[in-house]
Design a protein around this ligand. Structure first.
Ligand code: ATP
Length: 314
């Protein structure tokens, strides 16, 4: 009897369209350590993927093109500076194929919002083009390519809840029993530049005006295992928050407004200016969102759940 190697993969025709959905991230803990010689800060962070998604669709094409709709349409450059184009080129170069695709972005993650939208799009593009081109890049190689595009990109391929170290690119999943957390996001008018926020933190620290840096992640990890929102609320923390508020004092009012309408706690997401609030249930999140909208301190309000999976074809 003839035995054939498993050549299903080669026989399957390449898809003509691949659609990939990718989540935004928040940081449940963002500990910023000293500035490294390469210009990055040493980080210890707990990433958490939430149900606010961008979508990248890849179709066959004779060149590489990018179009978009949604958040930031009209202001986001669609040229070689876009992380989507950079991700497609990086994969094509690695896999030695032509970077030919018609890419389309449906964006819900606000620009420069501290939710890693650009990194999410890069992660989605790697997954989409790998499938479109049939390059079959192993996951660890994909993670390496991802890290070359940005510190948050490897996490957005994984999703879930994960510890990030180094400059954030070294991710290991946090093992916790499945539990859904409920969040409310306060979106701001205009973004904040991530490098500016890190620089402001350096300035505040040098001037002795920064709050005490966060400690380890033990309390947060314990809170995740305990699955009690009130306990998690007490364990959330972000070393960048003071710097983001220093650059954008109105964020202090947004955080206050969220707790006034009943959120368990609020914190700045990553480098901001998005603020994220913890609720105790889906219903409670709905109430907090309605209250925050009524307070009129945000451009828009969203509810989201986490953790959710990373960049996946749908
Ligand atoms: P992070 O939390 O990772 O620091 P962020 O959420 O604050 O990021 P992003 O929206 O990821 O901010 O991107 C910041 C900048 O990256 C944008 O202002 C834009 O100039 C550039 N950029 C390049 N490609 C993209 C993209 N596809 N989507 C969003 N921004 C992009």
């Amino acid at each position: 009897e003839a035995w054939w190697p498993d050549d299903d993969e080669q026989d399957r025709p390449l898809p003509s369209t691949v659609k990939v959905r990718v989540p935004a991230k928040i940081n449940l803990h963002l500990g910023v350590g000293p500035l490294r010689r390469d210009g990055f800060h040493e980080l210890r962070t707990v990433y958490h993927a939430i149900s606010l998604h961008d979508e990248v669709t890849a179709r066959r094409g004779d060149t590489l093109t990018l179009t978009m709709e949604g958040e930031g349409a009209g202001s986001l450059a669609l040229d070689d500076s876009n992380l989507i184009i950079r991700a497609a080129h990086a994969l094509a170069e690695f896999a030695k194929v032509n970077a030919h695709a018609r890419l389309h972005l449906r964006k819900q993650i606000p620009l420069a919002g501290g939710l890693a939208g650009g990194s999410a799009d890069a992660a989605a593009t790697l997954v989409a083009c790998d499938a479109l081109w049939g390059t079959g890049v192993p996951r660890d190689e994909l993670a390496r390519l991802a890290a070359s595009l940005g510190s948050d990109v490897p996490f957005l391929i994984h999703g879930g809840t994960a510890l990030g170290t180094g400059r954030g690119e070294a991710v290991s999943p946090v093992l916790a029993r499945a539990h859904t957390w409920h969040w409310v996001l306060g979106l701001a008018e205009g973004g904040l530049s991530t490098p500016d926020v890190y620089r402001e933190l350096d300035r505040l620290r040098l001037a002795g005006e920064a709050p005490e840096p966060l400690g380890d992640t033990d309390d947060l990890m314990a809170a995740l295992r305990q699955r009690d929102p009130a306990v998690l609320a007490a364990a959330l923390g972000n070393d960048l928050q003071a710097a983001a508020i220093s650059l954008r004092p109105a964020l202090g009012e947004v955080l206050r407004a969220g707790t006034e309408v009943g959120a368990l706690t609020g914190l700045v997401s990553g480098s901001g200016p998005t603020c994220v609030f913890l609720a105790s249930s889906a219903d409670h999140a709905g109430e907090v969102a309605a209250g925050l909208e009524k307070a009129g301190v945000c451009r828009a309000v969203r509810v989201a759940q986490g953790p959710v999976i990373g960049a996946r074809a749908i």
